[in-house]
Design a protein. Structure first.
Length: 588
């Protein structure tokens, strides 16, 4: 893709100064005057851009929901199904693909909520073991993972470097760290790891990553807002408690934003809160949601991107000395191109234009577009939502997201899960249904996308109030499947019935000097005349954790060259990799 000519240093510095001035003014306004807004969630009320003529190119991926035949029987409980008195009931939760028993097949973990009055027996997180035949077995109780509460996000990785993936789950109340014993069971090590909260917090996004490159996985935890049901107004009681003229749950505007936390791994199973010395604790004023650490500026160190709801999103740049600098506005990822805040919820990262840098897809509320940020290679971003074709869709509240190649043609596509937060609205404003379809934007090349719904199969067109989505290859057939959390319903397991023809390669990375999960490792695949970069993360989408194996569609290419940069900074190259295989690479 051609880029506009590089700005002079003077012009760039001027733009940075204007952004800095704007964000200081905007943050003061958002925090100090939030009660005067006409609704509790940011929405620009923009009209969709005109659609281009359909490309006519066949889309060979077809998604079918096989949850019932796969053995998923329990609904995800999250507040009342008829109305949501508090924002706590509306936000929802995530899911994870991870291999907890190291058998080479992705298992599934589903986070759950509960209800305000009392916790129903079925209100618990659930672990489903992959039976390797397209079905799963609920092993929640056997694994020791039954827990009722207002769960939020999940991040999966091996925090103690013992060879087994562990789980960290955020809650309104007390977050939970589960250590994988390696025998099919987990133990709650939250207290032993020094991760107990001193007060009730509303945990949202969280991610394991190695910010200091010492080989141990550290932990970043975002917090959504300060929620006290005794102090929160009821629907319709303030300006932040209505939408389209209908009384709804209040917030996030009008509720106090929370601060965020960074925990350094001590290498002995415990963590130390370094939020203050790292510069994280002093940054506030936004409602943090999904957390995605990755090397966005290509300097070899993991930065942190936090999607924030109805307030500017955060970009914490890693200063290589244990500290971070928040620079979301300067880098172009705090607001949209109009300088407006959006209801940032989900995040997908990937290389949409095949230039070797990580771009960002961020999902938002209805009457607004999801946003596509293109990376210039140095961690500065341009909003290309309209130019990319994504601006054609503004109807839905959007959550889980990914930049991933769904049809193995070598071009990463966009996937978005949707679902409204207000069950009460549909009866009075029929154009805003509570249950809505999923969306695929297929990549046409040069960062141009075409929206598909019905064309991508019944699993995409089916309507649900969805939240988290995790992406991975649960049946090991070489294409990307999706598990999606549906509030008040059984999760969806979308099997990708991809027509044969395109090649692929999937890479399983194992760290030695780096962290055992290889979180933060980067793979650049060269195939044909294309180059694509991916990075191994422990959270993205919405509150979810994807298959840790990196999947590349290769199109018609008969081989690939893989350049691997490990989290320590060391690199290796593997040439002439044959397609259609799972390749396991251990760090030298």
């Amino acid at each position: 893709m051609e880029r506009s000519p590089r700005r002079s240093d003077e012009l760039y510095d001027s733009r940075v100064y204007r952004r800095q001035l704007f964000v200081k003014t905007a943050l003061a306004f958002f925090v100090g005057a939030s009660l005067i807004w006409g609704q509790g969630i940011a929405s620009r009320n923009v009209k969709p851009t005109p659609r281009s003529k359909p490309s006519g190119i066949p889309f060979n991926a077809r998604f079918v929901d096989i949850a019932a035949q796969a053995g998923f029987k329990q609904s995800t409980i999250y507040g009342s199904a008829e109305s949501k008195a508090y924002i706590l009931e509306a936000v929802g939760c995530g899911a994870a693909f991870f291999d907890y028993d190291n058998d080479g097949w992705m298992d599934i973990f589903i986070v759950s909520g509960t209800q305000l009055e009392a916790a129903p027996a079925e209100a618990t997180n659930r672990l489903y073991r992959n039976n390797r035949d397209g079905t799963f077995t609920d092993v929640t109780d056997k694994a020791g993972l039954r827990k009722a509460g207002w769960g939020g996000s999940v991040t999966a990785a091996d925090y103690d470097n013992d060879g087994f993936s562990d789980l960290f789950i955020t809650y309104w109340g007390q977050n939970a760290l589960y250590r994988n014993r390696g025998d099919g069971t987990f133990e709650d090590t939250t207290q032993r790891a020094n991760l107990l909260n001193k007060e009730t917090r509303y945990g949202s996004g969280a991610a394991f990553f190695d910010y200091d490159r010492d080989g141990d996985l550290d932990l970043f935890v975002a917090n959504y807002l300060i929620f006290d049901p005794k102090r929160v107004p009821r629907p319709g009681q303030s300006a932040n408690c209505t939408w389209k003229g209908v009384p709804v749950n209040c917030g996030p505007r009008g509720l106090p934003p929370a601060s965020h936390s960074l925990y350094r791994n001590n290498g002995d199973g415990t963590f130390t809160d370094v939020s203050a010395p790292a510069g994280i604790a002093k940054i506030g004023g936004s409602y943090g949601m999904t957390v995605v650490p990755a090397d966005y500026d290509n300097d070899g160190w993991s930065d942190i991107y936090v999607a924030c709801d109805s307030t500017p999103s955060f970009f914490f740049r890693n200063n290589h000395d244990g500290t971070f600098t928040e620079s979301g506005l300067e880098r172009g990822v705090a607001l949209n191109e109009d300088g407006m805040e959006q209801a940032g919820m989900g995040v997908g990262i990937g290389d949409i234009n095949l230039d070797g840098s990580l771009d960002i897809l961020k999902t938002h509320f209805a009457d607004d577009t999801s946003v596509v940020y293109r990376n210039d290679g140095k961690g500065n971003f341009d909003d290309i939502t309209i130019a990319s074709g994504v601006g054609v869709e503004t109807r839905f509240v959007s959550w889980g997201a990914a930049i991933t190649d769904l049809d193995n043609d070598g071009l990463p596509d966009l996937f978005i899960a949707t679902g409204n937060v207000y069950p009460e609205i549909e009866k009075k404003v029929a154009s805003y249904p509570y249950k809505t379809p999923r969306i695929i934007f297929r990549n046409l090349g040069n960062a141009k996308f075409e929206e598909l719904i019905d064309e991508a199969g019944p699993g995409i067109a089916a309507t649900h109030s969805s939240r988290g989505a995790a992406f991975g290859d649960f049946d090991n057939d070489g294409d990307i499947d999706v598990v999606i959390v549906n509030l008040g319903e059984v999760p969806s397991l979308l099997r990708n019935d991809l027509k044969p023809g395109n090649n692929w390669v999937t890479i399983q990375l194992r760290g030695t000097k780096s962290n055992r999960s290889a979180i933060g490792a980067r793979v650049t695949a060269r195939y044909g005349n294309r180059k694509q970069v991916q990075e191994l993360t422990s959270q993205s989408s919405f509150y979810s954790s994807n298959d840790p194996r990196l999947h590349f569609g290769l199109g018609q290419a008969a081989s690939a060259t893989l350049e691997i940069r490990w989290p320590t900074g060391k690199s290796q190259t593997i040439e002439n990799v044959k397609p259609n295989q799972l390749l396991t690479v251990t760090e030298p």
